[in-house]
Design a protein around this ligand. Structure first.
Ligand code: NDP
Length: 282
């Protein structure tokens, strides 16, 4: 009997890397689907990024994720970008296509996929809290998925206006920036409200975006990007008002599904991946 001892390699380049749980989720999917693939979680300093990418090329890696602080810096080491990575200006997943390394961004795609069983963004009015990297990816991808109107609500005007300008220049969505000065009243007619700020992330688990909970209505879908903990005070408040909700763990799992599809061509089982993360205590 002949054996193939050469496993296809994937992984992650980040710093810090030790607390990134993605490896557990991706390897659970590889095992579940009988793929003899590996995902290596690598700590890569900014000064070593060029060598790390060269190494991945030399070793024939099938692809890798990039996290903080490499999402923008990696671009100059790649051979091309997918559409949303180009618009967002950041890459979190690199895919080997032939001899080329192509940068993709799965942050927003994962978010839209997690939302899909609950609501189709097409034609919807969206309020997006935040204007950092996650918000930029989510906003662009919601617009590419057909959202009609997007209000970017952010504390700092510069970042908010920048995200609004990017969406406006690259998608048909009607987008505006709204300053977030005091308790935010969600406008009537809003279909989807999204928290893409870092408010509520462990260890600050009782923190909640400053919104007027009374302005949440049962016909709204409310989504949170915070993966840890999955049930945030923001989502609890929305559920108490009768809203349907989507959590940040779903976004994380669906990002992984998109990356695995890019690398291997298979559709990984979301339940297996979510279980792998919950087993870690997320
Ligand atoms: P950034 O640091 O780039 O952006 C943080 C955002 O939160 C900014 O808009 C910032 O506003 C806002 N913010 C932070 N604190 C406050 C506050 N007290 N009041 C009002 N606004 C505030 O972070 P990222 O965009 O990279 O990440 C945001 C979150 O998304 C993180 O918690 C991360 O865990 C999560 N995430 C989840 C993913 C998933 O798969 N579930 C994937 C990627 C990210 P300002 O501009 O005014 O500073």
């Amino acid at each position: 009997m002949t054996h193939n001892f050469l496993s296809p390699l994937t992984g992650s380049f980040a710093m810090p890397a030790a607390e990134n749980p993605t490896v557990a989720m991706i390897e659970a999917a590889y095992r579940h689907h009988g793929l003899d693939w590996r995902y290596l979680n690598c700590e890569v300093a900014p000064s070593a990024l060029a060598d790390a990418v060269r190494g991945a090329r030399a070793m024939g890696w099938m692809g890798f994720n990039c996290s903080i602080p490499h999402k923008v810096a990696v671009i100059e080491h790649l051979d091309g970008l997918g559409e949303s990575a180009r618009i967002i200006g950041a890459v979190n997943t690199v895919v080997r296509r032939g001899e080329r390394l192509i940068g993709e961004n799965t942050d927003g795609k994962g978010f839209v996929a997690a939302l899909a069983p609950i609501v189709d963004p097409a034609g919807k009015r969206v309020v997006l809290l935040g204007a950092g990297g996650a918000a930029r990816a989510v906003g662009v991808e919601m617009a590419l998925a057909g959202a009609a109107e997007i209000a970017i609500v952010n504390r700092s005007a510069g970042r908010g206006e920048e995200v609004a300008a990017i969406i406006d220049a690259n998608t048909p969505a009607i987008v505006r920036y709204q300053p977030w000065m005091s308790r935010y009243v969600v406008p009537e007619g809003t279909d989807i409200l999204i928290n893409a700020t870092s408010i509520g992330l462990f260890p600050d688990v009782e923190a909640m975006p400053d919104i007027d909970a009374d302005s949440l209505r049962p016909d709204m879908v409310v989504a949170d990007g915070i993966p840890n903990p999955p049930l945030t005070p923001f989502l609890r408040a929305a559920q108490a008002r009768g809203c349907r909700t989507a959590d940040g763990l779903g976004m994380l799992v669906n990002q992984g599904i998109v990356a695995i599809r890019y690398w291997t061509g298979i559709d990984a089982d979301a339940a297996v991946m979510r279980r792998a993360l919950l087993d870690l205590g997320l």
